[in-house]
Ligand binder design. Structure first.
Ligand SMILES: Nc1ncnc2c1ncn2[C@@H]1O[C@H](COP(=O)(O)OP(=O)(O)O)[C@@H](O)[C@H]1O
Ligand SMILES: [Mg+2]
Length: 212
């Protein structure tokens, strides 16, 4: 581990399936490009070669026997490589990093929804973050029922998306609890407006926090 001596800001975007995380990151990328803001857009699980291989293993519907602990360890393995290889070097060189899902997804999915105890999840998340500190988490607050309706149902090719709606409701409650416990890190958006309305609200919040 060791502290990350960073200059750039680290922003994560979290929420249930289909709530518009990738859509908002695309709009933020266009915003940054049009203003010459040096930003890196990445995603989890994945974001570098080794972690994308781990992603394929995690999401493969053929791996239906995977235990909750194996799943947690794989997410953290992917995070550790991605953080060390991509995120920390970018932050250290002054680049703003936007990451589609990060440690809160692990706490919500593997912790709150799968039921692995918080002490274990938090310790593994901490180790996997390699000293990186999240400056701001954008939470797209939309219940999973609405998210799935938006995207026209779960993808058959994604083992996590295929979980029951009860599972995804626990994930949502997990995110809400994490947000309640760490309000200073979070900016939340009732993600019910148009994608452009939500984009403007996110930009305003990030400008207010000195991130954009
Ligand atoms: N504000 C919005 N209103 C309605 N539909 C949206 C909105 N934002 C995104 N969508 C649509 O919802 C679907 C899921 O969005 P996506 O960005 O892929 O979600 P996520 O990355 O959170 O799973 C896409 O078809 C997208 O075009
Ligand atoms: Mg997405």
């Amino acid at each position: 581990m060791g502290d990350c001596n960073k200059k750039g800001k680290f922003v994560t975007i979290e929420g249930c399936e289909g709530v518009g995380k990738s859509t908002q990151l695309r709009l933020l990328k266009e915003y940054c490009e049009s203003r010459g803001i040096n930003a890196l857009f990445t995603r989890e699980p994945g974001g570098c070669e080794i972690s994308e291989k781990i992603r394929a293993m995690i999401l493969d519907p053929g791996n239906s026997d995977m235990s909750a602990m194996t799943e947690l360890l794989l997410y953290c393995a992917a995070r550790s490589q991605h953080t060390k290889e991509v995120i920390i070097p970018a932050l250290e060189s002054g680049v703003t990093v936007f990451c589609d899902r990060y440690s809160d997804s692990t706490a919500a999915y593997q912790g709150y929804a799968r039921g692995i105890d918080a002490v274990t999840v938090d310790a593994l998340n901490k180790a996997a973050m390699c000293g990186a500190v999240i400056d701001c988490t954008v939470f797209m607050d939309l219940p999973p029922d609405k998210g799935f309706a938006r995207k026209g149902g779960a993808k058959d090719t994604d083992r996590l998306e295929r979980e029951t709606i009860e599972f995804h409701r626990k994930v949502y409650e997990g995110f809400k609890t994490i947000e309640k416990n760490e309000p200073a890190r979070f900016v939340s958006f009732k993600a019910e407006g148009s994608k452009y309305e939500t984009h403007e609200a996110i930009v305003c919040a990030l400008v207010r926090r000195g991130i954009l």
